[in-house]
Design a protein around this ligand. Sequence first.
Ligand code: ATP
Ligand code: MG
Length: 428
Amino acid sequence: MIQRPRGTRDLLPPESRLWQAVEAVAREVFGSFGGEEIRTPVFEPTELFVRSVGETTDIVHKEMYTFPDRKGRSLTLRPEGTAGVARAWLENRLGDRTQPLRMYYIGPMFRYERMQHGRYRQFSQIGLEIVGADTPLADAELLAAMHEFFLRLGFADLEIHLNNLGDPEDRARYQDVIRAALEPRRSELCADCQRRLDENPLRVLDCKVPSCQVAAADVPALDDVAGDASRQHVARVEAHLERLGIPYVRNRRLVRGLDYYLRTVFEVVSPQLGTNAVLCGGGRYDRLIADLGGPAVPGVGFAIGEDRLIEVLPARFRDVALARPAVYLVPLGEAAGAAVLELARGWVREGVPVEVEITGRSLKAALKRADRDGFRVVAMLGDDELAARTVTVRDLAAASQTSVPFTAMPAFWRDLPAASARREAERP
Ligand code: ATP
Ligand code: MG
């Protein structure tokens, strides 16, 4: 038997309903902040990620799926979404449009990671980018859109961690500060961090090995070394968040794993997720497009790990998304069997989702199936019903039975509490 590659998953029904429901909320929320969808290729020239994410980051150093194509060009399956958006911005001259552009994406990313719970080699991210605005207001708007998204899913216990990564000049100085602080303690660091100390000391602060975290705790915070411009920028972002009542914590150790970030960086952490607690990461990247050979265009964005998000989805949202959102229409007898698809088509056109019993189950077997698969409404169509142009509708939740004329089914469905529960659950 052929098996899927390690670290990949098959998303099966009914779980795929959760993904659809979450993505629908993302489109709705990000769309209502002025966002539009961008879809970039799943593979890009390797150089794009080396130049943007950074040669000495874990992602580029050891997590990329890189391969030569048939002409020997080096391609890489995208490990993250921002680099592709920046490339597309340049290549399609999006700078000629009115700025800023708010763009969201939903799609698979690929990283060659060690197998662990909540860590996959193909995983999905939902991201939002605001390109062409350098104001603290842009960061705050982005965070507000993110916060709204999590609220609509019903999350109440997430924490936003925020920090100032400084400007690139600050960072260059800070690399020296880290090196000076950690060089005497080199032997306490993991092998990766001993290399990081030479190549990119900032990355040591992002290491999850406990002994490295202990050593890193004594390094001064970047914000103490940063210049006024970045400190004022982040302070203004914080003021906006306070005004909006969006809770956050200032985490002076937060550095994030990608080189292109500066000034504002943040993560969203779920207390339920343990060591893979980070649900979302983001920050400002004002030099990224310039580093790719373009003009100095600022940007800020985040990416939410969809796999991890689904894992900790609040129960209420989950239940509603998983409820079978259809009428189960059961024909009983030959004449009903001949008429059933036409009836279903009419209802579908009126907005009633219908699943027809097409395998000839008896009434008893059909009711058992309805129960097992979570249908709320079973509509039975026998000879008498056909003659009267009605169906006998059983509401399994209310344990009641009524006769509903064919033409009244759309109204019946609309008035059913189960049908409106989905809309309810998404209300903030
Ligand atoms: P981590 O520290 O957990 O490795 P990261 O800093 O590498 O995360 P980002 O590059 O910031 O992650 O990606 C944003 C989000 O994408 C993460 O917060 C996480 O939810 C998700 N994510 C990243 N890598 C994976 C993976 N291998 N499997 C599942 N989700 C992932
Ligand atoms: Mg990682």
